[in-house]
Design a protein around this ligand. Sequence first.
Ligand code: NAD
Length: 434
Amino acid sequence: MVQNAPMKIAIVGLGYVGLPLALQFARSDTHVLGLDIDATKVEALNAGRSYIQHIESAALAEQVLGGRFSATTDFQRIREVEAVIICVPTPLNKNREPDISYIVETGRRLAPGLKPGTLVVLESTTYPGTTDGELRAVLEAGSGLKAGVDFHLAFSPEREDPANPDSKVADIPKVVGGFTPACLERAKALYGRAVKTLVPVSSCRVAEAAKLLENIFRSVNIALVNELKVVYQAMDIDIWEVIQAAKTKPFGFMAFYPGPGLGGHCIPIDPFYLTWKAREYSQNTRFIELAGEINTAMPLQVVNRTAAALNARRKAVNGSRVLVLGLAYKPNVDDERESPSYVLLDLLQERGAEVAYHDPYVPVIRPTREHPHWAGVRSVDWNRPTLEKFDAVIVATNHRGVNYQELADWVPCIVDTRNALAGVRTQPGQVWKA
Ligand SMILES: NC(=O)c1ccc[n+]([C@@H]2O[C@H](COP(=O)([O-])OP(=O)(O)OC[C@H]3O[C@@H](n4cnc5c(N)ncnc54)[C@H](O)[C@@H]3O)[C@@H](O)[C@H]2O)c1
């Protein structure tokens, strides 16, 4: 990392990506002004309270008290900074098309305060052409300045791996593409303060495309093991044992693991940004579509497996009490966006099951646009009398803090989508892998 002269930057969107990035810059002697439209978050952050489970309040409070981080909802204050990094959401709309309105809206709010010489970097995952197309247009229109001439513009994708203690913002190589060579140099100088290894590329579009490749790679490979899981299950072969064996190959193989379906803000969504853009060029993205189809079918596959497991115990799904264990989409995080657990709950309820969930990271379901009907539902307690009441438990997320031996001791029928019961004492016929 380079020697740091004093600098003040703004980070727009203080979520799972923006907040850890802000803290890393603050630790690297950079004054960070965090901008968010959510006043509740801003208030909490200024009080040194992290609202994201795996980001410690103590780490945040240290930067707040040290005067290196503060948050605001006031976009006028953009005039105070030399660089702006945008980390706002990029979801799909209800027709599963890219919704870049958060990026455009951010650009619109930033533009009036944009000073000549400012660097604007987009980090939100999106299709190639967003930075030098839509974002540039809105910034230029609102500021009267020209990108690459009066202000600098770049794209640098985030590679956040939430809750992975070995994954630190500073240590993850960062791809950077500039609108012009001078823009790239400015962006390199910015990130060089906080990140050890930079990977410069020739344009914003290459950087945008690289991020999509990374996520599409995951989506396709997860779909592949999900498909093989179903095929091997029919042959009575355990996919987990197969992967364990295959991954001993020291070259040309990378292990991916099956599960109840895709979740989170990236892998189920980002590939379809490319699908949409590709149409403009008369191109099809068949791998992406197929992977989406296979991964989306997984919750139903798990429900069918649960029905078979209950059936073996002379029970129907209709009228059974089923607990979904894990609402977060991956272990040891509190992020339940796009989680397949919601689909499991919906499908089981539609079939007449009495459903509940347990997740130590999600004590209560927050109101969301996607699953308003589950808002306010609470995680059931973890104790023998409560667990014994369930006819079946589906392990949807393998959180580390859960005692799987207790689960096996208390519940007669377990549907395990994560191989969480490996190494646990169980009864014959008790655990159904799904
Ligand atoms: N979560 C991840 O692990 C991850 C990893 C890599 C890339 N990404 C990408 O990073 C981007 C951000 O994702 P995230 O997970 O941090 O989202 P998030 O929802 O956690 O955070 C986004 C934040 O932006 C704020 N916001 C929304 N509109 C705004 C606006 N107009 N102005 C200012 N603030 C606004 C929201 O209040 C929220 O705090 C997405 O494009 C995502 O695909 C996420």
